[in-house]
Design a protein around this ligand. Structure first.
Ligand code: PEP
Ligand code: MG
Length: 427
């Protein structure tokens, strides 16, 4: 695994995706070069953020370099020399030595579980969790909590009625206990109709995009009620928050909260858990000021927010070029959500893949977000990067980005801002 590279090495790949980049041990990767590159500056932004030399867009490179071959990657000239002469290696080492950042920037697993930007802004880093087996990885990664527990994974394909209230109570209690004092945000089942034997109706072909999340839960309140009762019963075991997925309106939020309040009252647990809304549908983002009055917190799910804003099925690879986190419409929605939350003084975190992407973290901080929930293995890299970010600079960069008209211009701007930041003297 790339995470386990055992010595200083350079990475030559056809493509370096955000999820791969997030999981690599960058203390051991001296530089990288990729075949892909072209239009997007994404990889270049990564290299700048991580302060490693990189050359992208070399097309056939990965096929030409076999493992173990010495290479020189010169990010300044944009060249890769395969199997260089020893005089070239000496010269390159002297150049690299002059440019290398001060050591000690990377502290991996040993880092304390709090994170601040270079100018002292506290950032909370939590983990997304699907499988209970991954709880040790969450703790080891130094997560301050679980920002998104995708509870539907508990069903593992079985009909939802099979998981009783008592069984669920025990699972949530175990989870809260296993993470110690850390906060856990459980998302109620975010299902569409497929795994639900009885909900599916006669014709399984009739599965539609919008029949999912809290909307489906409200259509079948017994299932939602069972889960909420289990969560309320488990709540005293730790620091629990509950959130509803796929909220599209204030009405849905009110109805779901009413069910929770009713069960909480019944169990003598009124007010026991903060209840939040996932903001992952454009209607929720656009009406975030209204929704903020009904929710104790927001969690922005960028995966769905991007897919529904840009009309791109996130699972359709033919459309992957259109799936663009830096689309101006996406950034405007993120700003709206953040502002609405700030006005009501409620927390707003980002938990989609965008939060796991090292190239996006400074931008999200610049937009005002202070909490992120990501793949556990992405946390050490995020923590290291955040310590180099100046929130005040990030805010200026984000404001300027929001005035640009295209994703390409925004990418270029983020890239240039990073380059300028690296040249500027640090106090
Ligand atoms: C999201 O939509 O961004 C999200 C985190 O939820 P999921 O990926 O589970 O739909
Ligand atoms: Mg989602």
């Amino acid at each position: 695994l790339l995470r386990d590279v055992d010595g200083p090495a350079v990475l030559i790949a056809d493509e370096l995706t955000a999820s791969l980049a997030a999981q690599m041990d960058w203390s051991r990767v001296l530089g990288f070069a990729t075949d892909a590159g072209g239009r997007t500056h994404h990889t270049a932004i990564l290299a700048r953020s991580l302060k490693v030399p990189a050359v992208v867009g070399l097309r056939e490179l990965s096929g030409k370099v076999s493992p173990g071959t010495p290479v020189i990657i010169d990010g300044t000239t944009g060249t890769v020399t395969i199997d260089p002469a020893s005089a070239d290696i000496d010269a390159a080492q002297r150049r690299a030595h002059r440019r290398r950042p001060a050591p000690g920037a990377f502290d991996g697993h040993d880092a304390p579980p709090t994170t601040q930007t270079a100018d002292g802004v506290a950032i909370r880093l939590e983990a997304n969790l699907e499988r209970l087996d991954d709880v040790p990885a969450v703790v080891e990664a130094g997560a301050e909590g679980i920002g998104l527990f995708r509870s539907e994974f508990l069903l593992a394909g079985q009909p939802v009625e099979r998981l009783t209230e008592d069984q669920q109570t025990e699972i949530y209690r175990d989870l809260l206990t296993a993470v110690g004092a850390r906060r856990v945000t459980v998302r109620t089942f975010d299902l569409d109709e497929r795994p639900l034997a009885r909900w599916a109706g006669r014709d399984r072909r009739e599965q539609r995009a919008g029949r999912r999340g809290v909307r489906l839960g409200l259509a079948h309140p017994a299932v939602l009620r069972t889960q909420l009762r289990a969560l309320l019963r488990a709540a005293p075991a730790g620091q629990l928050r509950v959130m509803f997925p796929f909220v599209t309106s204030v009405e849905e939020m009110r109805q779901a909260v009413a069910i929770l309040d009713h069960e909480a009252h019944d169990l003598g647990r009124a007010g026991a858990v903060p209840v939040g809304a996932m903001v992952e549908v454009p209607s929720a983002a656009l009406a975030a000021d209204l929704l903020a009055r009904e929710a104790a917190f927001f969690t922005v799910g960028t995966n769905d927010l991007i897919q529904y804003t840009l009309a791109v099925d996130r699972t359709d690879e033919r459309l992957s070029d259109f799936y663009e986190p830096l689309h101006p419409a996406v950034l405007r929605l993120l700003r709206l959500v953040r502002r609405a939350a700030a006005r009501r003084r409620i927390d707003a975190s980002v938990c989609g893949e965008m939060a796991s992407d090292p190239a996006m973290i400074a931008l999200l901080i610049g937009l005002g977000f202070r909490e992120f929930s990501m793949t556990p293995s992405a946390i050490p890299v995020a923590r290291r990067l955040i310590r180099d970010v100046r929130a005040s600079e990030a805010r200026r960069t984000a404001s300027a980005a929001l005035r640009l008209a295209t994703a390409a211009e925004i990418e270029q701007h983020l890239f240039d801002a990073l380059a300028a930041g690296h040249r500027a003297p640090r106090a």
